[in-house]
Design a protein around this ligand. Structure first.
Ligand SMILES: Nc1nc2c(ncn2[C@@H]2O[C@H](COP(=O)(O)OP(=O)(O)OP(=O)(O)O)[C@@H](O)[C@H]2O)c(=O)[nH]1
Length: 556
């Protein structure tokens, strides 16, 4: 059974509880989306036998990615591997481009409002389209560069998106926009009296370039709309990008050459731009075909497709107004060019708005993540303190001090200087507990610990090894230094009694001292030796140190 194979595979490395939570979140989410009654969407449900289970999954639950994957499922069935890349840890991550981000309700409403406005403007202007207007020679030279620039920027934006997601269809669209920019520029360049003094056939070349430009744009968008989802593989990206750029370059060169050759039928009659009826009839049909391709080929559900739909609607209005107008410098002609600039801006501005919106979300998400990370770091450091420290004395606990000892032992084995240790035990501590209570005992322990810590060097390691027993590790210290330190500690504890409430409690300690030896197999054997010395110190009368001689005097 194919169902859910990839999902399970990609979830496989995670703990069972995390997998269950993730699967449930996706299932709940997709069921919610599927409840709209749309069969295709229902197919996307976790248990459905659609192709959406081929969508590799690396969900970041609660970040909105589930929704996007739902959108992908619905809109791009069978687009296996598309828009994904392998992370360093071998997991697949979603790469979201504008060609995949689903259009939000507000984007759709804005697009619908713009199309409505365009339709109304076109209807109103169409009734006066034939009226002649003042001849403004600077109009086209001013407008066309803007249109060409908008197309070029759109091409640049789309190319970036295409490369990021390795989407061949987006590359095709980017190349279409680039070709369109070149033809717009050529159309304005060859327009009579725009840049050159008018002569010859009254700018036939320019008129034909206008036709080629519209035909090429409609053709490119249709190809993008009908681009088979099954071919949308990253592996196809370089080939499709190269081929479409090559074909577009040939088309543009052919269009400019043909337009300039003078071999095409005249479009401009009596100094007026007049496209023959058959061409004019073809033009809106081509636009409508492109819109149908967008609506049914790609379902126009993504941000990009939505704005592309607006652009096509604008160009349809442009062609209709040109058709209704009475040639150059009529109301229809002026309005058509203005609408065509608006159409060129549609995708650019729409996509920029989306990029801004996504950037805003990214910034917020990053801020939230930084905050969460800071919190995590604080909790981690608190946890490691709890794990390492003894709550009563704030010294290292037994595990941590033993860990330090083991590390020093390993370092010594690898050639570091020898070290010594002191095993320190409070004398008759039971009596303090029995006579003054456990709270007094606790207080004495804490104060002794602080005094031990203060007496030794910063680099020495002091830990609470047991109830009233402390372990001190003295790195880089020879026998003489170890003995001297033990003497200092005996004196530090003995010299000043410890205060508890308004009483002074005299305390002494016994110390077993030793240093690392060649015969030591591990840290435990040093501890055992120090322990024996401590026992001897207790036996010999307490308040003293006893040196446990290693066979070979490493510490000398
Ligand atoms: N208040 C307090 N007492 C503790 C703590 N840990 C261990 N003790 C007590 O320390 C005492 C240790 O008693 P013993 O092992 O007989 O040692 P001692 O009385 O110091 O006698 P010597 O070591 O032989 O000098 C016991 O009464 C333990 O209950 C602690 O965290 N707080």
């Amino acid at each position: 059974m194919r169902r859910g194979g990839a999902w399970r595979k990609s979830l496989g490395a995670r703990p069972a509880w995390a997998r269950l939570g993730q699967v449930l979140r996706v299932a709940v989410h997709q069921r919610r989306r599927c409840s709209s009654g749309n069969r295709r969407m229902r197919d996307c449900a976790l248990g459905g036998a659609s192709r959406c289970e081929e969508v590799p999954l690396r969900l970041l639950a609660g970040t909105g990615y589930a929704r996007i994957i739902g959108g992908l499922c619905r809109d791009y069935q069978g687009t296996r591997n598309r828009g994904y890349e392998m992370g360093q840890d071998g997991e697949e991550y979603l790469v979201l481009t504008l060609g995949q981000a689903p259009a939000t309700a507000s984007v759709r409403m804005a697009a619908a409002a713009i199309i409505g406005t365009l339709a109304v403007v076109t209807l109103v202007v169409a009734t006066h389209a034939r009226a002649p207007m003042l001849i403004l020679p600077g109009f086209l030279p001013a407008l066309a560069p803007l249109t060409a620039l908008a197309d070029m920027l759109t091409a640049y934006l789309l190319w970036g998106q295409a490369r990021a997601g390795e989407e061949p269809a987006l590359a095709l669209l980017a190349v279409t926009y680039l070709g369109s920019a070149v033809l717009v520029a050529a159309n304005a360049w060859l327009f009579p009296a725009a840049f050159f003094v008018a002569r010859g056939r009254m700018g036939e070349a320019s008129a034909w370039l206008w036709v080629f430009w519209h035909a090429l744009f409609a053709g490119g968008v249709t190809a993008y709309g009908l681009y088979p989802a099954a071919w949308s593989r990253p592996a196809n990206f370089p080939r499709v990008a190269r081929r479409s750029a090559g074909i577009m370059a040939i088309l543009v060169v052919v269009a400019v050459t043909l337009a300039r050759s003078g071999s095409l039928p005249a479009l401009v009659g009596s100094a007026r731009f007049h496209v023959p009826a058959f061409l004019m009839a073809l033009m809106p049909v081509a636009m409508v075909l492109a819109m149908v391709a967008l609506a049914y080929g790609r379902r126009a559900r993504t941000v990009l497709d939505t704005w592309l739909f607006v652009a096509m609607a604008g160009i349809w209005c442009d062609a209709a107004l040109m058709h209704r107008g009475a040639g150059r410098f009529s109301v229809g002609w002026y309005a058509a060019h203005a609408v065509s600039l608006a159409a060129s801006l549609a995708v650019l501005l729409g996509c920029l708005a989306e990029v801004n919106r996504l950037y805003g979300r990214l910034v917020w998400r990053e801020a939230r993540m930084n905050h969460a990370n800071a919190h995590l770091r604080a909790v981690n450091s608190e946890l490691s303190t709890i794990a390492e420290r003894d709550a009563l004395t704030q010294l290292l606990n037994r595990r941590a001090v033993f860990q330090h000892l083991s590390e020093h032992f390993e370092a010594w084995r690898l050639g570091d200087a020898p070290f010594g240790i002191l095993m320190i035990d409070l004398d008759h501590f039971k009596m303090i507990n029995d006579e003054r209570g456990h709270l007094a005992g606790d207080e004495v322990l804490a104060q002794v610990a602080a005094r031990l810590r203060m007496t030794v060097r910063r680099s020495d390691v002091v830990g609470r090894y047991g109830g009233e027993e402390f372990l001190v590790v003295l790195p880089g210290t020879g026998a003489q230094g170890v003995r001297a330190t033990a003497a200092k500690l005996l004196e530090a504890v003995r010299s000043t009694p410890f205060g508890y409430q308004d009483r002074l409690i005299p305390v002494t300690v016994s110390i077993g001292a030793t240093c690392v030896d060649d015969k030591d197999a591990d840290a435990d054997s040093i501890i055992a030796r120090a322990d024996r010395a401590l026992y001897a110190a207790k036996r010999d009368g307490r308040d003293r140190q006893v040196w446990a001689d290693p066979a070979a005097d490493q510490c000398a």
